[in-house]
Design a protein around this ligand. Structure first.
Ligand SMILES: Nc1ncnc2c1ncn2[C@@H]1O[C@H](COP(=O)(O)OP(=O)(O)OP(=O)(O)O)[C@@H](O)[C@H]1O
Ligand SMILES: [Mg+2]
Length: 253
């Protein structure tokens, strides 16, 4: 599902948090959203998800303004894992993932074997099958994060929004979640702080002080000059001895 932001601005109490952001993500592509703390990544995610309404501009999902879709339409099409996602304590790991099926259930379409199969698949994608009946309060930060991602996957959305999904994850699970996201045929926007991980996505959008300063092919959007400038560091391309694709190396300016 294509997602497009057209001249999006967002202000609260006279303070502009996002200004004139335009970008689009083609069906099946993964867009990495990067930028310093407070640059507006989470704000943009919330606008793209319909949780917050833009002060100016509009969001189009599959060429239709988000403002014209019903809550249920949006819930079936867009899944979001927020940066500080949390869940009621007295619930099992599996029931958190089952929540992802809620937008698809109705009196005419009660829970079925198909829903169970989608939950099973999502749990196995994040390697959490064995945690099935564990209570939420007993899970580690990374385990909770993986279940939030599984909940979003079980929803089978047309657009997946992940705000720092690798937060709390060890390096194995960071790489495995990113790999899974890139291989999904679902359009995905993912906020990341690891710029080398962003380089492996289809497109990159760079935010600074609420403005889009670069958008496009990863190697171009993450040019060392841009990265150095907005993060106040010194970045450069390096290659390892095996001559793999170049990656970014950083030091304080
Ligand atoms: N309700 C609000 N009132 C005032 N300022 C806000 C409000 N919500 C967010 N902000 C400010 O807007 C800016 C952008 O916040 P946002 O959460 O989008 O940043 P971010 O890029 O996601 O940062 P991080 O990397 O730390 O997650 C921040 O300076 C934040 O303090
Ligand atoms: Mg954020």
């Amino acid at each position: 599902m294509k997602i497009e932001a057209r001249s999006l601005s967002f202000a609260v109490r006279g303070k502009t948090l996002l200004q004139d952001v335009s970008l689009s993500v083609q069906p099946g592509e993964t867009l990495a959203l990067v930028g310093p703390n407070g640059s507006g990544k989470s704000t943009l995610m919330r606008l793209l998800s319909g949780i917050a309404k833009p002060s100016q501009g509009q969001v189009l999902l599959a060429d239709k303004p988000l403002a014209q879709l019903t809550r249920r339409d949006i819930a079936q099409r867009i899944a979001i894992v927020e940066q500080q996602a949390d869940t009621a304590e007295r619930i099992t790991a599996r029931s958190v993932v089952e929540l992802g099926r809620t937008p698809w259930l109705s009196a005419l379409k009660p829970w079925s074997g198909e829903d169970t199969a989608l939950v099973d698949k999502a749990l196995s994608t994040v390697e959490m099958e064995s945690f099935d009946s564990r209570e939420w309060s007993t899970l580690s930060g990374g385990e909770r994060q993986r279940l939030h991602i599984a909940r979003a996957l079980a929803q089978r959305p047309g657009l997946l929004l992940l705000d720092e999904p690798t937060n709390h994850l060890d390096i194995h699970h960071q790489l495995s979640i990113l790999n899974c996201i890139r291989n999904l045929k679902v359009t995905t926007v993912v906020a990341l702080h690891d710029l080398n991980q962003a380089l492996t996505c289809d497109k990159v959008a760079v935010l600074s002080h609420g403005r889009l300063v670069a958008f496009g092919e990863p190697g171009q959007a993450l040019a060392p000059e841009t990265v150095s400038d907005i993060f106040g560091i010194k970045a450069r391309w390096v290659r390892d001895a095996e001559g793999t694709a170049p990656f970014l190396s950083f030091q304080l300016a």
